[in-house]
Design a protein around this ligand. Structure first.
Ligand SMILES: N[C@@H](CCC(=O)N[C@@H](CS)C(=O)NCC(=O)O)C(=O)O
Length: 202
């Protein structure tokens, strides 16, 4: 059996999983799914119906993107993406928690404003997204990457969501003049790894 990843190219959760699997030199086959018509075998394995889902060569099913990342790094972590000490671990957990449980909520509202939302209400998600990006920019004041001077799982887990926020309105983003964030973002968006995982699957 081989490792099979049920994925959706533009999904930020699937992006982070594909980046970790590729970085760790894990051999895996991608099944690009249609979110409106999910494969029955995927739903049978993971009834919650979200991507990514990894079915490992040993038959284990992992259906949370972070768990897939940690599984990949446990197999191989050539440049030490895993936190090295307690402080790094604490920062990693805090930043990813904030990204997945707080920022993502406002990002969705910012990306898809409800047409019935009052003008004043729609400013809240925009402000929250701005605060989040400002905070990332501040963190990157004295470091090249989010928790250390090297790339870690934190950067990879968060980058696809920052990318989504930037892509909502690039003109607006540029007016924020977040130089550190721009440097960090350009590093990953032009990386071989990211471009490799974004290749279109026929
Ligand atoms: N907590 C999950 C979230 C995954 C998720 O929400 N993926 C979205 C796509 S980006 C999805 O599959 N949504 C279900 C749907 O659109 O039907 C993870 O980290 O893997």
């Amino acid at each position: 059996m081989q490792n099979i990843l049920y994925s959706f190219r533009r999904c930020p959760y699937a992006m982070r999983a594909r980046m970790a699997l590729t970085y760790s030199n894990t051999d895996f086959t991608i099944i690009e799914i249609d979110l409106k018509n999910k494969p029955t075998e995927m739903i049978a394995m993971s009834p919650k119906g979200t991507v990514p889902v990894l079915q490992t060569a040993t038959g284990k099913v992992i259906d949370e993107s972070l768990d897939i990342m940690y599984w990949a790094l446990e197999n191989s972590d050539p440049a030490q993406w895993m936190p090295k000490n307690d402080l790094e671990k604490k920062l990693n957990d805090q930043l990813i928690y904030k990204n997945d449980n707080h920022f993502k909520y406002f990002l969705d509202k910012f990306k898809y404003p409800n047409k019935y939302t009052q003008e004043a209400e729609s400013l809240v998600p925009k402000q929250m997204v701005k605060n989040y990006l400002n905070n990332i920019n501040k963190i990157l004041n004295d470091k090249n990457f989010l928790i250390a001077e090297r790339i870690t799982i934190t950067d990879i887990a968060i980058f696809p969501f920052v990318r989504q926020a930037i892509n909502v309105n690039k003109i607006w983003f540029n007016t924020l003049s977040l130089d550190n964030l721009n440097r960090w973002f350009n590093y990953f968006s032009t990386s071989i790894l990211f471009n490799q995982v974004m290749r279109k699957i026929p």
